[in-house]
Design a protein around this ligand. Structure first.
Ligand SMILES: NC(=O)c1ccc[n+]([C@@H]2O[C@H](COP(=O)([O-])OP(=O)(O)OC[C@H]3O[C@@H](n4cnc5c(N)ncnc54)[C@H](O)[C@@H]3O)[C@@H](O)[C@H]2O)c1
Ligand SMILES: O=C(O)[C@H](O)CO
Length: 386
């Protein structure tokens, strides 16, 4: 028999049972559910990654909706269990939902939510931080100081790369990729080259306008280019940041061949998903090219790193914290809870998942809608007017 899972319960007499597989930041999300007659159960098990069996035990016999995490494998088994328990809604507390089998959710009539928009700037800021940390060798220099090795200023000590005037390459210029591009262009006056399946007209207009502003002020204008292929970005950019979704078209997008295409002193940043990069090939490339640097927030086999990566001085590594600002994490929890609540209450789906601000205003009740349901069309859910 499966071991019982420890939980914390809010509003025990609530009509609808909503389970969160993790404690999430803030209390607004709990209050919003309680106000709408939900009993909220939060898993308090001291185990970072829950197994499918753990989550089946949490779902139990009656469950109206679940808020889950990107570390969980939401496939046929879990959606079948949720549907058997009468559940109609699941939301990832994440914008990326590569851990979710949406076809299985469709089969069981379960709405799948995600949390776009609220993490765009926070994630882009971490990508910018990793770009700078790699360019200016901040982690290496910090370790050197703490080791007591600094015995005076030297002309060659931790010389890195100047970003101004260089080219930033963005692969996947969606919400986060575009926000990162703007930061690097505006903040460091870098020229932009990007590759995406779609044209990012707003981003192009921004760079054009900023270039004109610089020119009018007697400075070198910045430029932009939409690349016809990813290889063009890899060849031309000095700093390359990866921001696509993870699917079969982006799995190992960066591999031995693509790494070889990049400049020997380029910087590669990954704040998307680990498997977008072939990490074994990356470790080998870092070994062969000491001037090549990386900033990684995500890893192919999280929570592990591929052998050798931890020893590489030319790698800056952080544990999947790109969305970890207080405001963003509280907002993600709110959006995830409202996705589930909206489906339970029979509300329509919000018309534009890129405009989620009304759900995040703490001083006003949220709209009666689910902010972002990725399979709304497949399930034929009604869409709200903005
Ligand atoms: N590290 C983190 O903590 C963290 C935080 C937030 C998001 N993410 C990841 O970032 C991803 C992007 O988030 P977003 O909100 O910007 O999503 P988005 O949908 O706005 O942007 C993704 C972009 O990738 C493009 N794309 C898809 N396939 C591509 C391909 N084969 N080649 C080039 N471009 C391609 C899309 O056209 C789109 O413009 C998420 O799916 C998630 O996996 C990670
Ligand atoms: O996809 C996401 O939202 C992140 O990886 C976690 O913030």
């Amino acid at each position: 028999m499966a071991k019982p899972i420890s939980i914390e319960v809010y509003n025990p007499n609530g009509k609808y049972r909503v389970v969160s597989t993790k404690s999430m930041p803030g209390t607004r999300w709990i209050n919003l559910l309680i106000e709408q007659d939900c009993r909220v159960e939060i898993c308090t098990q001291k185990k970072t990654i829950l197994s499918v069996e753990d989550i089946i035990a949490l779902i139990g016999d009656k469950c109206d909706g679940v808020i889950g995490q990107l570390t969980e494998d939401w496939g046929e088994t879990l959606f079948a269990a949720l549907s058997r328990a009468g559940g109609k809604a699941f939301s990832n507390m994440a914008v990326g939902y590569n851990n979710v089998d949406v076809n299985a959710a469709n089969k069981h009539g379960v709405a799948v939510g995600n949390t776009p928009g609220v993490l765009t700037e926070t994630t882009a800021e971490l990508a910018a931080s990793l770009s700078l940390a790699a360019a200016r060798r901040i982690v290496e220099a910090d370790q050197f100081m703490r080791a007591g090795l600094y015995d005076g200023w030297l002309p060659h000590l931790f010389v890195g790369n100047l970003l101004k005037g260089q080219t930033v390459g963005v692969i996947g210029a969606g919400r986060i990729g575009s926000a990162y591009a703007r930061m690097m262009v505006e903040g460091f006056k870098m020229n932009l080259i990007y590759y995406d399946l779609y044209q990012s007209t707003r981003l192009e207009k921004f760079v054009t306008a900023y270039g004109e502003f610089l020119k009018a002020n007697g400075e070198q204008p910045v430029t932009w280019k939409r690349a016809a292929s990813m290889d063009e970005v890899l060849r031309e950019a000095d700093v390359i940041s990866l921001h696509p979704i993870l699917d079969k078209t982006t799995y190992h997008l960066i591999n031995k061949e693509s790494l070889a295409t990049m400049k020997k002193e380029a910087i590669l940043v990954n704040c998307s998903r680990g498997p977008v990069v072939d990490e074994v090939a990356l470790v080998e490339h870092l070994k062969q090219n000491p001037m090549f640097r990386v900033g990684l927030d995500v890893f192919e086999d999280e929570p592990y790193m591929k052998p050798g990566l931890a020893d590489m001085k030319n790698a800056v590594v952080v544990p999947h914290i790109a969305s970890a600002s207080k405001w963003t994490r509280e907002g993600m929890a709110t959006l995830a809870a409202l996705n589930v609540l909206g489906k339970i209450k029979g509300y329509p789906v919000w018309g534009d998942p890129n405009q989620v601000a009304p759900f995040l205003n703490e001083n006003a009740p949220p709209p009666a809608a689910s902010p972002s349901i990725v399979n709304a069309k497949a399930l034929g859910l009604p869409v709200s007017k903005l």
